[in-house]
Design a binder for this molecule. Structure first.
Ligand code: ADP
Length: 383
């Protein structure tokens, strides 16, 4: 049977004052945290589901079930501080390890708002958002169309349904039980504002990012969101900072918003590095991955200024084409400015397996080039 080699990184005694950050989860977000951790000399330990996970391939890790309190506690004992790269760990597990004295950032008191959409709506009721209520039967719905959402566990549009009638809503409720029913916002476009906050209360944002979704999956981002004027941009950043402070989050958080005219509506929160901040790896002086480490360790935060006027990110989604190395030949020759980030995950149709970043000053050209790279990688174009 294939036994993955255990990765062992020598613990240099000179570096003893450098903390060990434990990340629950070992997917691509953990993988992309490895480079800044190496640069800063911070030790990382991942709690992986499998040694072949994207992050576990390149970092110290233990394999274990994040739903099991004893497993997570054992893991936490090897770390100075614990953080997350997904929202799946049960809140009860986070609370149990906190009760044992483990430093968890963000804490359960904030993390709940990224796990439970109903709690998030209740907590953020003083901030602008779609009208919403938790309902058990379709008869409680007052208007259609509406958006029905699973209260927890949804991602990439799974767990979100546009319902046009009571019959359609009934079908959803039969499938998932009670739902969060939201007013359908006919927004002009969607943005995300990445924000970071440290225990000291220092906080920073990056420029708001336009997120382009196809079938509920983010395919591309453009930063700064081209349609936002400076006033709206400042308003969106202010809103993200206010929410971060209000809920006391520590670490990096994505605040997803809808924009309709000059109105902003909060959609949801993710308390970890996020797809809408991937552009920051080359596009900002401080990437979201470095900033998350700085924030949870209560180090002074880094400068989030952009390194170019515009940053475009495109998600590489799995298709039937499995050779993801060969396309480099054509794409790197065609555009030496393209930056590739491959997650080394098994290629499955629709699965996020990497992303490309491109910086410059002409949004139309950048979008065209990124679109071409994605189409070439998926096999839709061959020149
Ligand atoms: P997920 O947890 O899967 O990311 P979201 O809550 O972000 O789910 O919803 C997925 C997508 O559904 C959003 O990006 C947006 O396009 C659409 N959507 C969600 N809520 C609403 C709403 N209240 N009105 C209109 N569209 C919505």
């Amino acid at each position: 049977m294939f036994m993955p080699a255990t990765l062992f990184i020598y613990d240099n005694p000179v570096s003893n004052s450098f903390p060990t950050v434990g990340i629950i989860g070992a997917g691509q977000l953990a993988r992309m945290s490895v480079a800044p951790a190496l640069d800063l000399g911070i030790n990382l330990l991942l709690l992986a589901q499998d040694s072949r996970d994207s992050g576990a391939q390149i970092a110290n890790h233990v394999v274990g079930n994040y739903e099991n309190v004893e497993t997570v506690l054992e893991f936490a004992k090897k770390c100075d501080i614990v953080t997350f790269e997904h929202e799946l760990i049960p809140l009860s597990v986070i609370k149990s390890i906190e009760a044992q004295g483990v430093i968890v950032r963000p804490s359960s008191a904030a993390f709940i708002f990224s796990q439970n959409k109903a709690e998030m709506r209740k907590r953020l009721s003083k901030f602008p958002g779609p009208k919403s209520e938790v309902i058990n039967t379709a008869s409680e719905a007052s208007a259609f169309p509406a958006i029905a959402k699973a209260i927890s566990g949804g991602y990439d549009g799974r767990g979100v349904w546009k319902v046009n009638s009571a019959q359609e809503l009934t079908k959803v409720i039969e499938q998932v039980g009670k739902v969060l029913l939201e007013e359908f916002v006919e927004f002009d476009y969607e943005i995300a504002v990445m924000v970071a906050r440290s225990p000291h209360g220092q906080a920073s944002t990056w420029a708001p990012t336009l997120t382009i979704q196809v079938d509920g999956i983010c395919t591309m981002t453009v930063t700064p969101a081209p349609q936002l004027n400076s006033e709206m941009s400042a308003k969106a950043q202010r809103l993200a900072l206010d929410i971060a402070q209000d809920i006391g989050v520590v670490g990096v958080m994505a605040v997803e918003m809808f924009v309709k005219g000059d109105q902003l509506f909060i959609n949801e929160l993710a308390m970890r590095p996020h797809n809408s901040g991937h552009w920051s790896i080359e596009g900002s002086l401080t990437s979201q991955f470095e900033q998350h480490l700085r924030a949870i360790l209560d180090l002074p935060l880094g400068d989030t200024a952009m390194t170019a006027p515009i940053a475009v990110m495109g998600n590489i989604l799995g298709s039937t084409k499995t050779d993801m190395y060969r396309p480099y030949l054509h794409l790197m020759a065609r555009n030496p400015r393209l930056k590739f980030h491959h997650y080394k995950k098994d290629v499955r149709p629709g699965r996020k397996i990497g992303h490309v970043n491109l910086l410059g000053d002409d949004a139309v050209e950048l979008i065209h080039e990124v679109r071409h790279a994605l189409d070439y990688m998926s096999g839709e174009v061959n020149e």
